[in-house]
Design a protein around this ligand. Structure first.
Ligand code: MLT
Length: 332
């Protein structure tokens, strides 16, 4: 009897081990940016939390090793990639309503970004992204304002910008913003941007200090202009089909890990941005603020670009809901 029981217990034990081995996944996470970036810091925290609270493991593949950011959204949508960390502007082409976060001069601070992403607006956009793009946003990276860099000359006015060849993501809102500033930018995948700058196919680009630093753009770019037209938000997304195949318990662990990584990301930005700016200066970059408190950039961009995208973001009411949440006046 004792022996029989032992055998049963042993078999049950092996079954449990086998079951957890079958279900313990090793998630592959694509990361567009380099090690040391804001995306990477967020991803590292997510992996730590996931591994501390489940049998699952996860691995980060930095520097676009798994493809361009937009390609990884496609791959996650069809379930051949588990997760990806991408700039929001690289999700907008698949889920236009998230464009409200890419409209120039809507998000004016880290606090704005936190309030929107962690509140009702973020929840609605998460639902829309599942519906439109087949991926679920499970966390948010906060990377800071996208500043303009270039290798040719100091820029502080819209007039200074003329003649520069500027790379932008393949994102219509950003393309139209530069057009409103009088130049025809060059749409280019993120994974090709460093080479484009090195080979001087383009003179400049825009991305936050943290990204400029982690990508070592200071080796090929000399000037920074502190335009603050987009606050860079970079979601961590999971393939919705893969998410739906997980148990409820695992889904909860993943969402909790995403939340912890989101909070960590905001703190990471607060703790590191000033020192990174100083280091960019130490590495030889010259930084200027736009003239007139950026008034000309703001006027041209908001007047031309906002109305053009009301329809794709779901109507002017969607923009007004965001502005209202931020305590700002609605547009008429
Ligand atoms: C882009 O410029 O395409 C993105 O902001 C790159 C990134 O993910 O940092």
């Amino acid at each position: 009897m004792f022996k029989k029981l032992s055998l049963v217990t042993l078999l049950a034990g092996s079954l449990a081990v086998a079951t957890s081995a079958v279900y313990a996944k090793n998630f592959k996470i694509a990361v567009g940016d380099a090690a040391g970036s804001a995306q990477h810091a967020m991803g590292v925290k997510f992996v730590e939390e996931l591994q501390a609270n489940s049998d699952h493991t996860a691995e980060l593949f930095v520097n676009g090793q798994l493809g361009s950011e937009q390609d990884t959204i496609n791959d996650a949508a069809i379930g051949v990639l588990d997760m990806s960390l991408v700039a929001i502007n690289n999700i907008t082409p698949f889920s236009p309503t998230v464009g409200v976060f890419t409209l120039p001069y809507v998000i004016l601070s880290l606090e704005d970004a936190e309030m929107l992403t962690q509140g009702d607006v973020g929840k609605e956009l998460t639902e829309n992204t599942i519906r439109d793009a087949g991926v679920r946003i499970i966390g948010w990276t906060y990377t800071g304002f996208r500043v303009l860099t270039n290798s040719k000359k100091p820029v502080s006015t819209v007039a200074d910008l003329q003649g520069l060849v500027i790379r932008v993501p393949k994102n219509e809102i950003m393309i139209d913003t530069y057009k409103a500033w009088g130049i025809d930018p060059t749409p280019m995948a993120w994974s090709e941007t460093l080479t484009g700058l090195q080979q001087k196919v383009v003179d400049g680009q825009d991305n936050p200090y943290l990204t400029v630093h982690s990508m070592k753009f200071y080796e090929v770019q000399d000037y920074i202009t502190n335009i603050r037209y987009i606050f860079s938000i970079e979601p961590l997304v999971i393939s919705e089909s893969i998410f739906q195949d997980l148990s409820e318990e695992d889904q909860a662990v993943i969402l909790a890990a995403g939340n912890a990584a989101t909070l960590h990301s905001a703190q990471h930005l607060r703790d590191s941005e000033a020192a990174i700016k100083e280091d960019l200066i130490a590495k030889g970059m010259e930084i200027q603020d736009p003239a007139d408190g950026e008034a000309e950039f703001i006027k041209l961009a908001t007047e031309a670009v906002w109305p053009k995208y009301y329809e794709s973001i779901g109507g002017v009411d969607k923009l007004n809901a965001v502005l209202e949440a931020l305590g700002r006046d609605p547009v008429q």
